[in-house]
Design a protein around this ligand. Structure first.
Ligand SMILES: O=C(O)CCC(=O)C(=O)O
Ligand SMILES: [Fe+2]
Length: 197
């Protein structure tokens, strides 16, 4: 397992990932229950894989502004963020305002990505976010992402007269591959361009 020779880091990363995966499963189950699609939970989880990304944000140098992460919505299904006590994360509200999200040491932020939004027929919205480094300290964040293999499609329970079908069935991993190479990488409507009706 990477990184060879750093057993203690490996063990910590692995046990952190196991715990956060449980959190992801718990929240995902709650969402499935709330929307009345519990029947799909087990097969959904059987197609889920996870990735832990550890990011170090260095302090800004003179004349640098807005160092961090550019505004985007996530292309994975779900994300769980955790940070050291150096803040910088901002999310965009429905009315277009950027607000600071200063996470406490015990906070784990759960966010839906674009594929979650499409699967839910726009019931659950993906969240636009960015990182702006404001403090003169190094920031570390742990981002735990879930991915779905196979074809995702809107459950019939989430389609009715008030919520007409908005998305064709789609291949999450193919969508991600296209994002990596394509011009729409940061575009919040990329999923609509990919499989919207
Ligand atoms: O570092 C953070 O808090 C956010 C990271 C992020 O948005 C991402 O990796 O997609
Ligand atoms: Fe993100």
């Amino acid at each position: 397992m990477w990184p060879a020779g750093n057993d203690s880091f490996c063990e910590s990363a692995h046990s952190y990932s196991k715990l956060v995966a449980e959190l992801d499963q718990m929240v995902t189950r709650m969402v499935f229950d709330i929307y009345g699609v519990e029947r799909l939970y087990d097969s959904h989880m059987a197609s889920t894989t996870y990735l832990l990304r550890c990011t170090k944000y260095r302090t800004q140098k003179m004349n640098e502004t807005n160092l961090g992460a550019a505004a985007h919505t996530d292309k994975n299904f779900t994300s769980i963020l955790h940070e050291n006590q150096v803040h910088g994360l901002q999310i965009k509200t429905e009315d277009g305002q950027w607000i600071d999200v200063d996470l406490s040491p015990s906070t784990f932020l759960f966010m839906a990505g674009d594929p979650f939004m499409a699967w839910s027929n726009d019931r659950v919205r993906s969240c636009e976010h960015q990182v702006i480094m404001k403090e003169n300290k190094t920031r570390y964040s742990l981002a735990f992402f879930s991915w779905q293999s196979g074809i995702l499609q809107v459950p019939e329970e989430l389609v009715d007269d008030n919520h007409p079908l908005m998305y064709k069935p789609f291949d999450h991993l193919d969508f991600v591959r296209l994002q990596e190479s394509g011009p729409t990488k940061k575009c919040g409507n990329a999923i609509k361009a990919y499989c919207g009706l």
